[in-house]
Structure formats: structure tokens, C-alpha cells
Design a protein around this ligand. Structure first.
Ligand code: ARG
Length: 475
């Protein structure tokens, strides 16, 4: 049999075929096209549109087709054509009824939604795993105090666990963004036809239920031309990748021997082709670099959608390369990120040895004066003079004599002995969400609860396999 569904396309010049065919990309939808085809066939049967025998033949054929590994896809225009022609080769006449009450426009919209729904579930699971890895690292690192930065300049002492928990917050937002996409994604396009709906007794609610969608889509014209959920999908990846890139950058900085905060296990660093002594943080660097990829994907989709007159236009085919490439890269990104996180170890000794900069406590000093009645602006000015003085005389705060302190302000004479302890400074930041140890411990606790509760959101994402769908069929 011809590889064309209609003979008019047989004469297209090769260059035009090459330009218009999407099969090299959308063959990835093979499984979902069959899954959707089976549900559609059932709806045709329930509507009395095809007979029981035809239904059996089509579903039996599609079921067999799903395991065929020898199909030469390259000769087909797209996956929808491939499945229909291959089915016809397999079962003959009844296959010609499969495309009743269906257009490739609602078909591709369906396949993509089914595909993305499964990916969404994979991502939610992995994002939770990464959050857990952050929490585990934060839990075993509660004793580690490091300088916190603004402008990458030493600012105030913080717990490294507090720093790690910042990423937990980012990732929880990412998780919730993917979850909130779900209801918009999980609507069933089948039954929209090419654009206007169907002139058959086709139960859209039934087919929606069979494929575990929440409901059928509400406007056939919107349905065949909507790709909002794909833009959201990529946008969510993009934001998450920015979070990962920030951590990637921090790992690059922290693993530099001049910093020496972390050691990365050999599996997550690479050697240099020339300098035998080196281990490079390439994995963290590639994580940092991945943002551009997602921005590029989003750019392609947004430009594709802009100004498209309703309804389906062939431009929409250009979403395939984007969503498959993005989905593959993103899965690897999440897996590698998780691996990296499980392969970094803080160098406690080195961190402790290097935590000497008492100027990190300058704000504490100003706050000390404030607590003794001095307005903050004046306190800031006084402490700034103390810092200048120390820098000029090459001294740290704790090396100043009582006389020297008194010259700046008599209230300084009341400074307690342990005032210049970094741990004490950390523990003074005892507001909700602050870096004090008990606050950080509390957030770890809340986040562990979040982990338990969020499990149900992963389970909420529906999925149905061909096996499940077929085994539920009763004639
Ligand atoms: N390959 C097409 C796509 O991805 C399938 C839909 C084709 N529809 C059409 N009317 N030509 O968008």
C-alpha cells in the first residue's frame, strides 16, 4: 500500500517532502498515537458509528502494532499517517474507519497532551527527590557556619544549611508551577474534529474518561490551535534551570581551591587533557549553562504562536522538535543535578579555618548599639569608623582594647566576651525564616512534612497505559 493517505501528496518534490515531513521528530509519539487511537475507536463503537467486529479488528491491530520494532517510519509524512497506513497493512479494510470523526488536528493535540502528562509525572518525582537530597545535606551540615554573601562580598555569617534551604524554596515553587499546569494540560481534545466539532454521536466525556483526563476541552477551535500548556511547560523548565544554574555557579565557586568549601567526588568532576593535577567542575558548569537551551525552546514556541490566526496552522508542527528535545534534556538535567548534590561534601575543617573575617559581624555590632538606644543610622556610622580604624591598624574587632572601644562609643564597654562568635551571630538571627539554628531546624521539619504531603500531588497526575485501557474493555 502507498505510504500516503491521499494520492495528491505522492507527487510532492523531495525537497518539499523533506521540508514538510515531521516523522523524524513525531515518531516519538508512536505509543501515544496508538493509545489515543484505541480510546477513539471505543468512542466510535459506543456511538454506534462502527460495528463490534470493526472495533475488535481495529483495537486488536493497534494493540499488535504497538510492539512492532521494524517499522520504517522514514517513508511517512508523520506519525498519524504511519500508524494508519501500518494498521491498514495489518488488518485491511476496518482500518479505514479509524479516522472517522477525527482530524490530525485534534489527534496531534491529544498525543502531545498524553506525552507531556507522563513527562510531568517523571519531573515531579525527580524534583521531590532533589528536594529530599537538599534536606538531607542540610540536616547533616547544621554545624557549618560560612560567610553569607551579597554582591558576592562577605556579608554576614549564616548556616550553610540555611543557604541550602533557599534552594528547597525555589524547587518547591518549581514543583507547584508544574502541578498548577496539570489541570490546564489534562483536558481531552478528542472530538474537536478539524476545528468545528463533529457531526457524529461521539461521547467526548466518555473518551476523556477513558484516557483519564479531567474533562473534554470546551471549544473545538481553541483546542486544535492551543499550545499554551507547552509554553508553560517550557517556561517552568526555564525557571527551574535558572535555579539550578545558580547552584551550579555556587558549586564552581565553592569548589575552587581558593574557597575550598566543597569537595566533589571524582564521578562528578572531570580531568584536564593537559594539566594532570586538575579536576574540573564541568558538571556544575554545564548545569549552569543549560538555561540558554530552555530560553531558546521557549523563544521558538512563543514566536511560533504569535499572530497565528485561528485555528490549526502548520506552523504548529514546529513545536515537536522543541518539546522532545526539551523533555529529554530536562530529564537528564534533573537526574544529573540530583547526582551532583549527592556527590558534594563540605570541607568542615577548611571552612572553619577560613572563617576569620570578624567584619562579618559589623552589623551585629551596630545592632548591639541600637539595642542600647542609639539610632541605627548613627550606629552604622560609628561601626563604620571602627572598621576603618581596624583596617588601618591591621586589627580585628576582638583585638581592640577597651580604650580603643571607648573612643568610638562608651556603650561598647558592655560588649560581652563571646560577642564575636560567628555561631552566636547566627543564632541571634532568630526570626521566622532566619538563619538561627533552631529556625533552620524548624524549616527542615516543615519541609520534611511538605515532602510527605506532596506525594499525593504526584499521584494525582493521571496516566494510563495501553494495557490498562485494553484490559478495561468489555463488549
Ligand atoms: N504533523 C502535524 C503537526 O504536528 C500533524 C497535524 C497535521 N494537520 C494538518 N492539517 N496538516 O502539527
Amino acid at each position: 500500500m502507498s505510504t500516503f493517505l491521499w494520492s495528491a501528496d505522492e507527487d510532492l518534490p523531495d525537497v518539499v517532502k523533506f521540508f514538510t515531513y515531521s516523522i523524524d521528530k513525531d515518531k516519538e509519539l508512536f505509543y501515544y498515537d496508538i493509545l489515543g487511537g484505541i480510546a477513539h475507536t471505543l468512542a466510535l463503537y459506543k456511538g454506534g458509528i462502527i460495528s463490534q467486529d470493526e472495533t475488535r479488528a481495529i483495537i486488536g491491530g493497534l494493540y499488535k502494532l504497538k510492539d512492532r520494532k521494524d517499522i520504517d517510519f522514514s517513508k511517512y509524512e508523520d506519525i498519524h499517517t504511519a500508524v494508519e497506513v501500518e494498521l491498514t497493512n495489518l488488518i485491511g479494510e476496518p482500518a479505514k474507519k479509524l479516522h472517522t470523526a477525527r482530524s490530525r488536528n485534534d489527534q496531534v493535540a491529544l498525543d502531545e497532551r498524553l506525552y507531556i502528562r507522563d513527562k510531568l509525572k517523571d519531573y515531579l518525582i525527580l524534583i521531590r527527590d532533589i528536594i529530599k537530597a537538599f534536606l538531607d545535606l542540610a540536616t547533616i551540615s547544621l554545624d557549618i557556619v560560612v560567610p553569607g554573601f551579597t554582591h558576592l562580598q562577605p556579608a554576614q555569617p549564616i548556616l550553610i544549611s540555611h543557604h541550602l534551604l533557599a534552594y528547597v524554596e525555589m524547587l518547591k515553587r518549581d514543583f507547584s508551577r508544574f502541578c498548577s499546569l496539570y489541570p490546564r494540560l489534562n483536558e481531552c481534545p478528542l472530538g474537536s474534529g478539524a476545528l468545528a466539532g463533529l457531526d457524529f454521536p461521539y461521547d467526548r466525556f466518555l473518551v476523556s474518561e477513558l484516557l483519564r483526563f479531567n474533562n473534554p476541552t470546551s471549544n473545538s477551535m481553541d483546542t486544535v490551535s492551543d499550545r499554551d500548556y507547552l509554553m508553560e511547560y517550557i517556561f517552568n523548565m526555564l525557571i527551574l534551570s535558572t535555579h539550578m544554574s545558580r547552584f551550579g555557579e555556587e558549586i564552581v565557586i565553592w569548589s575552587n581551591p581558593l574557597f575550598g568549601f566543597v569537595r566533589i567526588s571524582p564521578g562528578y568532576t572531570t580531568g584536564s587533557s593537559m594539566m594532570p593535577q586538575k579536576r574540573n567542575p564541568d558538571i556544575a558548569e554545564l548545569i549552569r549553562g543549560s538555561v540558554g537551551e530552555y530560553l531558546g525552546y521557549l523563544d521558538t514556541l512563543v514566536v511560533m504562536m504569535k499572530g497565528l490566526a485561528l485555528t490549526y496552522n502548520r506552523d504548529l508542527q514546529m513545536d515537536k522538535k522543541v518539546i522532545f528535545d526539551a523533555s529529554h534534556s530536562f530529564l537528564i538535567l534533573l537526574k544529573v543535578f540530583k547526582g551532583l548534590l549527592e556527590n558534594v561534601e563540605f570541607d568542615r575543617e577548611r571552612i572553619k579555618e577560613n572563617l576569620k573575617d570578624e567584619f562579618l559581624l559589623a552589623t551585629d555590632l551596630a545592632d548591639f548599639l541600637v539595642n542600647r538606644g542609639i539610632p541605627f543610622r548613627s550606629a552604622h556610622h560609628i561601626v563604620r569608623n571602627v572598621v576603618f580604624y581596624c583596617q588601618e591598624h591591621n586589627k580585628s574587632f576582638s583585638q581592640l582594647s577597651k580604650d580603643e572601644w571607648e573612643r568610638f562609643h562608651e556603650e561598647f564597654l558592655a560588649l560581652p566576651d563571646n560577642f564575636f562568635s560567628f555561631e552566636n551571630s547566627v543564632n541571634r538571627r532568630d526570626t521566622y525564616g532566619g538563619t538561627a539554628r533552631n529556625q533552620v531546624e524548624y524549616q527542615i521539619l516543615l519541609n520534611r512534612k511538605w515532602l510527605e504531603e506532596s506525594q499525593s500531588q504526584v499521584e494525582m497526575v493521571a496516566s494510563v497505559s495501553i494495557e490498562e485501557l485494553v484490559s478495561g474493555i468489555k463488549f
